[in-house]
Design a binder for this molecule. Structure first.
Ligand SMILES: C[S@@+](CC[C@H](N)C(=O)[O-])C[C@H]1O[C@@H](n2cnc3c(N)ncnc32)[C@H](O)[C@@H]1O
Length: 258
């Protein structure tokens, strides 16, 4: 099996061809189901039930290719009317082991909903395969802001100020609410995919769940964000994507990073 490459094809069919237990982490950002109403890839199912059945099939294959101590991250967003991701989470967590539910706080609201608060987050369902998982809490820390550091350093209860400063400089452990600003139209990172995720966000998921050289699989690679993040962190990767235009975008990003 050749790694660090994009396979053009259908996620379920291509996952079926992969050996058992090869991926340390699986990052799946699948079609949401009727959220991006102008994208053919997000509106390809007649009913929510069809979508859920399709998801169950590719998740089963994803869990098969996952190592016993691996983690499977699945992105999901609630639609304006369809709430397929709530049903999906309920169904998947009856079939596989729940590990966590991460909230990706996008920092700004993302639509003009008038009848409720403006949506600002997406969810990432995390599932595990076995009792023990590889998870490096040290790998993702959130810096303290200068004011907080200043206040803590004034606290007379701490005798060893060098140790205190080292602790503060390292930042605090990330919570399962990950605040990473979504990509704006003017962002240099933006490359023409309507659902492109920030590299910083995907790097956090990969950094905490894998070691260098481990294999990361993304069955819905889109513009190649997972591949970029895995490459930067020295992980091996495999991406599946069915749209040749997105594959071209991903390949361009990988050959001309930045
Ligand atoms: C939500 S986007 C992924 C975006 C990606 N995370 C990024 O940062 O660019 C979902 C992707 O799945 C692809 N897709 C849809 N159905 C697919 C299928 N059956 N097999 C493989 N890819 C598919 C779409 O073309 C789209 O690029």
């Amino acid at each position: 099996m050749k790694l660090n490459q994009i396979i053009q094809g259908d996620a379920f069919t291509e996952l079926q061809k992969l050996p058992d237990r090869i991926a340390q982490a699986l990052i799946a950002d699948p079609p949401y189901f009727n959220v991006l109403e102008n994208e053919a890839w997000d509106t390809q199912w007649k009913t929510a039930e069809d979508y859920l059945t399709w998801c169950e099939a590719w998740v089963r294959e994803s869990m098969r290719v996952l190592r016993d101590d691996g983690l499977c991250f699945i992105f999901g967003q609630l639609g304006k009317r369809e709430h397929a991701f709530l049903h999906l989470m309920s169904r998947l967590t009856r079939q596989h082991q729940f590990h966590d539910l991460i909230i990706w706080d996008r920092a700004v609201g993302y639509d003009e909903r008038r009848d409720s608060f403006t949506p600002q987050y997406e969810m990432v369902l995390v599932m595990r395969k076995g009792d023990k998982v590889k998870f490096n809490k040290e790998a993702v820390r959130v810096p303290y802001d200068a004011k907080t550091i200043e206040t803590y350093l004034k606290d007379k209860r701490y005798k060893d100020m060098d140790a205190r400063r080292a602790h503060l400089d390292a930042g605090k452990f990330a919570t399962n609410i990950l605040r990473v600003p979504s990509l704006k139209g003017v962002s240099n990172e933006k490359c023409g995919h309507p659902s492109q995720k920030p590299i910083d966000l995907i790097e956090k998921l990969i950094a905490c769940s894998t070691d260098p050289n481990d294999i990361v699989i993304d069955p819905f690679l889109g513009s190649g964000t997972t591949a970029m993040a895995a490459h930067t962190l020295g992980r091996r990767w495999l991406g599946i994507e069915k749209d040749s235009n997105y594959i071209q975008i991903a390949q361009k990003r990988l050959t001309h990073p930045g």
